[in-house]
Design a binder for this molecule. Structure first.
Ligand code: AFP
Length: 489
């Protein structure tokens, strides 16, 4: 009875609530729909305005202009058109122009065509660049091909280094090298360089001197080709196939250094060992070409043919050196100094004072406190200085009064590159390229870098290397003086 009484109310209530809910949802949907329409309209309007370039009218034009100016000043291709101030409109962004870089072979062709005296060297330099690619590959594969560590010591029974490689640069047989125990990599890379220099043309290079060889070797000997004995060649080459090889174990940069001299009258016949040796005893400023390859984050070939310096980066996909650094110039001064400071207490007074001045920011060439960088690989350290400015030094020490670096394979080629790039190279007492070598493996204290930095270092030598100096290092200064007159006479 009671149920029957309330049933109509309940039905009525249900109808009303269902209607209300429906209306609510309908309204909500309607509101959402309206909102959606509104947003879409706004979006469409905006799109239209974007197309008409109206949207950005309210944005301060100067700030856009500023932004565009800064991007256009550095790189034309990345600029956004000033005429069209909508930076989001794809059509306004010009396509990024990829720099067209000249391959090394093309650069060589042109340089050797421009300068008749270099023509004979074209195949040699091309072969050296190929050797750098092979060495680069060997360095990369040192771990996987088990090339770390010392090569077996062998007796000097003639024949010399013969590492057989296939056309891809893979080592087939590893055999002899004269003399001392060496790093396996040194042996392999030495062979690559010898073959590149001697094998590229039968009449160009007469003989080579390598840091890895005890004596000068004729190209006839290197190539086992008697024809080269009679034909000779007008040039001799010096090189360090892999400088800083101890760095390889830790995957740090290493390099190859080379220099080429023209033989002087009376030394060009290669049937006499004494003459062969004499051909190498020339001042560094007689060098006609010098360069290095750096095996690092990128593989770089830096070359001077006596009129400026150019740099080429190996394109790993194409396997080609590309002309990435045209007419490389070292900054006139720089804040980097690259010395093995662990030897500080073994350095002479001028060097110690110079380093202290650098650290306190007292030198006029730098003007502020310097920053130290040292990798223990000449090529890597000098390349850093060449690009960023500063000074590299391997001074004399008590243990090594002539320093550590070799004049022929390291000092002179690097000095020529530095000078050609607008920098300087000094022993502390004078120009490295003025030194007359008295033997091929001679060592030399070496300072290379920005002209102002090296000039200032020379001034420290001039001032603190004085015999009248009453400081505790007077004895060293006296030795320095003797040393100076010996090399720079
Ligand atoms: P290694 O080729 O024997 O490793 O020597 C490298 C190097 O001749 C030159 O590349 C470095 O500048 C210099 O020696 C580093 O010598 P320290 O280890 O004495 O600093």
């Amino acid at each position: 009875m009671l149920i029957l009484l309330f049933l109509p109310h309940t039905i009525l209530l249900c109808i009303v609530s269902s209607y209300t809910t429906k209306t609510y949802y309908h309204q909500k949907h309607f509101t959402f729909h309206q909102h959606h329409l509104k947003t879409t309209k706004k979006w469409n309007d905006n799109m239209k305005r974007i197309e008409k370039n109206e949207l950005f009218d309210n944005i301060k034009k100067e700030s856009i202009t500023k932004m565009m100016m800064s991007s256009s000043s550095d790189n034309e291709s990345s600029s956004i058109s000033l005429a069209n101030n909508n930076p989001y409109q794809p059509s306004t962004i010009p396509k990024q122009k990829k720099k067209v870089l000249k391959p090394f072979s093309r650069y060589l062709e042109i340089e050797c065509w421009k300068r008749q005296e270099l023509r004979a060297l074209q195949p040699v330099l091309q072969a050296v660049s190929d050797a750098c690619k092979q060495i680069n590959r060997i360095v990369q594969r040192a771990q996987t091909d088990d090339l770390y560590g010392a090569a077996a010591a062998v007796s000097s029974s003639g024949g010399g280094a013969d590492v057989e490689v296939d056309e891809n640069g893979n080592i087939i047989i590893e055999t002899n090298i004269q003399g001392e125990v060496q790093q396996k990599l040194d042996v392999v890379c030495n062979t690559f360089m010898m073959r590149a220099l001697c094998g590229s043309s039968s009449k160009v290079i007469m003989a080579i001197a390598s840091e890895e060889e005890d004596v000068v070797r004729s190209c006839c000997d290197v190539m086992g080709n008697p024809e080269l004995t009679t034909k000779g060649g007008d040039y001799v080459a010096v090189f360090d196939p892999i400088d800083g090889s101890k760095n390889i174990d830790a995957s740090l940069p290493v390099g190859t250094i080379f220099g080429i001299y023209k033989t002087q009258p009376g030394t060009s016949s290669n049937d006499n060992k004494a003459n062969e040796n004499d051909a190498f005893l020339q001042k560094g400023d007689q060098m006609v070409a010098a360069g290095y390859c750096l095996y690092s984050a990128t593989t770089v070939l830096v070359l001077t043919l006596g009129s400026g310096v150019d740099g080429f980066t190996l394109d790993p996909d194409k396997g080609t050196f590309l002309h990435t650094h045209q007419d490389l110039r070292i900054p006139a001064s720089g804040t980097i100094y690259s010395f093995n400071e662990a030897n500080f207490h073994d350095y002479n007074e001028p060097v110690q004072r110079y380093l202290n001045a650098l650290k306190s920011g007292l030198t006029s060439s730098v003007g502020k406190r310097s920053t130290a960088r040292y990798l223990g690989s000449l090529v890597a350290d000098v390349h850093n200085i060449l690009i960023n400015g500063g000074i590299f030094g391997y001074p004399a020490t008590y243990a090594n009064p002539d320093g550590k670096l070799r004049l022929l394979y390291e000092g002179c080629p690097m000095a020529m590159i530095m000078e050609q790039a607008g920098g300087a190279a000094s022993t502390g007492y004078g120009r490295i390229l003025d030194i007359m070598p008295h033997q091929i493996h001679q060592r030399i204290p070496t300072f290379l870098g920005s002209i102002e930095n090296v000039y200032e270092l020379d001034q420290f030598f001039e001032y603190y290397g004085d015999d009248n100096n009453t400081d505790s290092n007077t004895k060293d200064n006296h030795e320095d003086k003797e040393w100076m007159s010996y090399y720079h006479s």
